[in-house]
Design a protein around this ligand. Structure first.
Ligand SMILES: Nc1nc2c(ncn2[C@@H]2O[C@H](COP(=O)(O)OP(=O)(O)OP(=O)(O)O)[C@@H](O)[C@H]2O)c(=O)[nH]1
Ligand SMILES: [Mg+2]
Length: 483
């Protein structure tokens, strides 16, 4: 997300390294670079102008804080101002009212409306414990109905069997009636898109909104973050034509430069409520301006990381795993489950970026895909093992190695390597457990944060990653054998 912008910002801040305090002259070049970076990211020029003026004023007015160097102070000011132009706090759809609350999803062709409709239903069901009805109301591209229903089925979500020969406004009305009869809390209506903002589409959507006006619908426009200022212009047109209550930025996982995220709120006055970060139904995040500002500035986003971990990691499973570890039991099955937990968190790159300071490190490392590929290769090997083998890898001798290699399409050497690595890992795990139980030498027994000192540690998702950290391996950017 916004890699280029992050890199340019990081270069700009270097101008302040080694400076005693912030002065007009020493922030001048930094500000110039920040300005260029924003314009290159396709941020609206008025937004850039205001942003730069705001940062400058604050930086020069800043009292010298002892112990904080000018670079850090400047980064903080840039962070706060970035968050400010994006809108400060997160606003979700308003569900604190009698249902069914209608949510109308609008936007141009292919921006991700149908995908988002599905994602939102899952989010509301899992996080807000809301009962949702999905209503396909795209009469322009009939296949869109099947698309939404397929998504609904995959999530066990209820859907409305719309009659596409009806006008979308009548579908919306009928959908809401059905939702009411089924005592639903929320009804999400997926509408049609067009290639460009055109009168026909706007007219139709206005009619839909008019029809359900008394239900005070949320009107969310989905905009592809890759399209930069174009997305801003489209949002402006939609807002003028029908009044939006929120914006969803989609495809934030792709190569978006940042222009849309940084300009849209400021230009239209409509808050960004969600960001869509992938093609899977779980790839939806609430939009938090301050957290995004943090990610852009390589300050990480630990809060989101922890939230993700809470979702992705089964606490009971983690607890059981920890108990087995304490008894010195670590199986390929455990390892596989840990890998799956990590995978649920997202791509390695996306996880790393949420850790403060790792954004810069990532740029130096470059591509993390070899490490991810290695994980995939291991996963295929594990998939070809029997349950018994996963629980006791020592069973895996020659003929089994051959079978696993054939089954996973790997070489015999690859399977042998995996077993060797696993053996090494098991050994290390044993050593670590002994150390935890006995306390670190010279530390007076038990380290802060270790299970002995803090039982809560057991629930921590990072456990699965621990053993890999200290490993000395040849491959992978981590210097660890596995990653
Ligand atoms: N990478 C990525 N792809 C996405 C995201 N959201 C949607 N897509 C993909 O974008 C394409 C279009 O998504 P749809 O949800 O069908 O878009 P739409 O706005 O409903 O399109 P129309 O109904 O044709 O107007 C699909 O291939 C989606 O899988 C996202 O956040 N990230
Ligand atoms: Mg659609």
């Amino acid at each position: 997300m916004f890699d280029n912008l992050s890199e340019k910002f990081s270069d700009a801040f270097k101008n302040l390294q080694g400076k005693g305090k912030i002065t007009e002259s020493n922030i001048e070049s930094a500000l110039k670079e920040v300005r260029t970076a924003l314009l290159e990211a396709d941020v609206n020029f008025k937004v850039v102008k205001e942003f730069i003026a705001g940062v400058k004023e604050e930086a020069l007015g800043e009292k010298v804080i002892r112990g904080v160097n000018p670079e850090e102070q400047f980064v903080k000011i840039v962070h706060d101002n970035l968050a400010k132009i994006m809108g400060q706090e997160n606003q979700e759809v308003d569900l604190e009212r009698p249902g069914p609350v209608p949510v109308l999803v609008v936007g141009l062709n292919g921006q991700g409306k149908t995908t988002f409709s599905g994602k939102l239903s899952l989010h509301l069901k899992n996080k807000k414990k809301k009962d949702v009805l999905l209503v396909p109301a795209d009469t322009f591209r009939p296949a869109a109905k099947d698309q939404l229903i397929t998504l609904a089925k995959s999530m066990e979500m209820d859907w409305f069997d719309s009659d596409l020969s009806m006008h979308p406004k009548d579908i919306a009305k009928a959908g809401i009636e059905a939702a009411k009869a089924q005592h639903k809390d929320v009804v999400i209506i997926d509408t049609a898109g067009r290639l460009h903002v055109d009168d026909e589409l706007m007219g139709q959507l206005r009619e839909v909104k008019e029809e359900i006006k008394d239900k005070n619908p949320e009107v969310l426009m989905v905009a592809d973050a890759m399209t930069g200022q174009e997305a801003v212009n489209v949002a402006k047109s939609f807002h003028e034509a029908m009044g939006l209550t929120g914006i969803v930025l989609s495809k934030m996982d792709s190569d978006a430069r940042g222009g849309a995220a940084l300009s849209i709120r400021h230009v239209t006055g409509v808050p960004i409520k969600y960001i869509s970060t992938g093609e899977k139904m779980k790839d939806l995040e609430l939009f938090h301006p301050d957290r995004l500002a943090g990610r852009i500035l390589d300050m990480g986003d630990v809060v989101s990381l922890v939230e993700k971990a809470e979702d992705a990691i089964d606490k009971n499973e983690a607890e059981n795993m920890m108990k087995r570890l304490e008894k010195g039991q670590f199986t390929v099955e455990d390892f596989m489950k840990q890998m799956d937990m990590i995978k649920n968190l997202g791509s390695m790159t996306s996880i790393m970026k949420m850790i403060p300071g790792m954004g810069g490190a990532l740029r130096e490392i470059g591509d993390l895909s070899p490490a991810e590929d290695e994980m995939k290769r291991m996963r295929v090997i594990i998939d070809s093992m029997t349950k018994k083998e996963r629980q006791n890898y020592k069973l895996i001798k020659e003929s089994r190695i051959k079978r696993i290699a054939a089954g996973s399409g790997s070489t015999i050497k690859a399977v042998e390597d995996f077993i060797a690595k696993f053996r090494q890992m098991e050994k290390m795990m044993g050593g670590m457990m002994a150390m935890m139980k006995g306390g670190m030498p010279g530390m007076g027994g038990g380290m802060p944060g270790m299970p002995g000192a803090n039982p809560g540690f057991r629930n921590q998702p990072g456990m699965g990653k621990k053993p890999k950290k200290g490993k000395k391996g040849k491959k992978g950017p981590w210097g660890g054998g596995f990653f």
